[in-house]
Design a protein around this ligand. Structure first.
Ligand code: ADP
Ligand code: MG
Length: 139
């Protein structure tokens, strides 16, 4: 789809959120400023998060209490790769009841390292001139 505003990207996140189930992992890819955090914010809001949603900057992730269960928002941008990290680094952010959103999943080097969990959706955002963005949601 095409989004013409940050609000429309938040709505796209909310629309996806309505389809998610506990344990789902959503990978969110795209360049800096493409709208990954904006998309995740819309999804987290729809899932009951009322506090501010910003990109986790000094920590790898943030946990929230959602309306239905735990929610996690990871940003792996600053990770050089998971191979050199504590193997349990990401464990708190994945679980059978947790819905997990991952920005910069490419940094993990392989999807198996992302908690070994099934990936529910791959979301890709891209700049399309000005405030326009393309948003693709794939299984
Ligand atoms: P990322 O997490 O991909 O680096 P952010 O969501 O943090 O990107 O930032 C996107 C920036 O672009 C925000 O300042 C947002 O307000 C702005 N923006 C403008 N148009 C859009 C749009 N259509 N979708 C998403 N963000 C947009
Ligand atoms: Mg971001």
């Amino acid at each position: 789809m095409r989004s013409e505003s940050a609000e429309a990207t938040e709505r796209a996140g909310a629309d996806l959120a309505a389809l998610l189930r506990p344990g789902d992992v959503v990978l969110v890819s795209g360049d800096l400023g493409a709208g990954k955090t904006t998309f995740v914010r819309g999804a987290l809001r729809a899932l009951g998060v009322t506090e501010a949603v910003t990109s986790p900057t000094f920590v790898v992730g943030v946990l929230y209490d959602g309306a239905v269960g735990p929610l996690a928002h990871l940003d792996l941008y600053r990770l050089a790769g998971l191979a050199d990290e504590d193997p349990g680094l990401l464990d708190p952010y994945f679980g059978p009841d947790t819905v997990t959103f991952v920005e910069w999943p490419e940094r993990a080097e392989s999807e198996e390292l992302l908690g070994g969990r099934a990936i529910a959706r791959h979301v890709t955002l891209a700049h399309a001139g000005g405030d326009a963005r393309t948003i693709e949601v794939a299984p």
